[in-house]
Design a protein. Structure first.
Length: 322
């Protein structure tokens, strides 16, 4: 399992909202509420005091919180979450600097972050992906469309070639970087030529994973004012073509992993004796093993593969803690 930290910073009040950061977040507690609010010391960037609950009150509610967090971080990893998380900046500290600080946590095995916006991918971030050994070689970088015209209509803030240049820069630093993305088909005004541009971009980049969706009007979005003029049947056809292309790509990628040994962070007990987890590149691996391995990193030999997951055999495993 991974410790998920989600931040919302109120600049006017100088308050950091840490949403659902407790390992007990799925437990109901009227005393704790849905979030913990902390005030930040602007000089040290450290949490000074909790506004909803003091640290002492938090420990009264959950006395093993510190030990849980220490063990979880040592055994697994941290995911830094945020909408356009790579736009983070606090004074002179940019997102690459933040990752470097988190990377220094003793015992940390893996560090990931999501979701990033292409307009905020910097050379310093690419350097961090190359230079920080515990930062996973995986990046989710939504493109949404391969058409300049559609990207402008979406107000994405970048064009097709700019996105391809960003990918080239990232892979220049980390050739093995696994990239995933989001694509929307049937955006208002999307022509067949626009859609073909998206297909050609998918071919050019070669994503490791893809989340594809049909456009649907949503109040409050910039596209809501536009006429939804792509017929539903055409949206379904385009979505099917995108998924077919991506499944073909993933089938080949995963087949190339057969015979390899992968470090797998176990995060799911699928059933009696059946586990699954993720490689550093965020690939899913299913295998048989004891339940105490959840939260541990183990070595798995890949025996077979499908388009969506690998299937393996447990090679080495940590012993249970008594």
């Amino acid at each position: 399992m991974e410790t998920k930290l989600s931040f919302r910073y109120d600049r006017e009040a100088d308050i950091l909202h840490i949403d659902k950061c407790s390992p007990y977040a799925d437990q109901e507690s009227e005393e704790l509420g849905d979030e913990v609010i902390a005030r930040i010391n602007p000089s040290t960037h450290e949490i000074e005091n909790l506004e909803v609950r003091s640290r002492q009150d938090l420990l009264k509610l959950f006395p093993d919180y510190d030990e849980y967090m220490r063990q979880t971080i040592a055994d697994a990893g941290i995911v830094v979450l945020g909408q356009t998380v790579n736009a983070y900046r606090y004074g002179s500290l940019d997102f690459a600097g933040l990752l470097a600080r988190v990377h220094e946590i003793p015992g940390l095995q893996r560090l990931r972050f999501t979701t990033s916006h292409p307009a905020h991918v910097t050379e310093r971030l690419a350097d961090a992906l190359r230079d920080l050994p515990r930062l996973c070689p995986y990046l989710h970088l939504p493109v949404q469309s391969g058409s300049d015209r559609v990207l402008a209509s979406m107000r994405r803030g970048y064009g097709r070639q700019e996105y391809l240049d960003i990918v080239a820069m990232l892979r220049g630093r980390v050739p093995s970087l696994a990239l995933s993305s989001d694509v929307i088909v049937g955006h208002p005004g999307e022509t067949e030529a626009d859609f073909e541009a998206t297909l050609s971009l998918l071919e050019a980049v070669g994503f490791d994973g893809l989340f594809a969706f049909m456009y649907s009007p949503r109040p409050g979005t910039s596209a809501f004012r536009l006429r939804d003029d792509v017929p539903a049947a055409e949206k379904r056809r385009r979505l099917a073509l995108v998924n077919e292309l991506q499944q073909r790509r993933q089938r080949g990628l995963h087949a190339s992993r057969v015979g390899m040994r992968e470090p797998v962070l176990v995060d799911t007990l699928d059933g009696e004796g059946r586990l699954s987890g993720r490689t550093p590149e965020f690939r899913i691996v299913h295998f048989d093993g004891p339940p105490y391995l959840v939260g541990r990193t183990v070595e798995v030999a890949v025996m077979s593969a499908g388009p969506n997951a690998l299937v393996g055999r447990l090679e080495t495993a940590a012993q249970p803690v008594h």
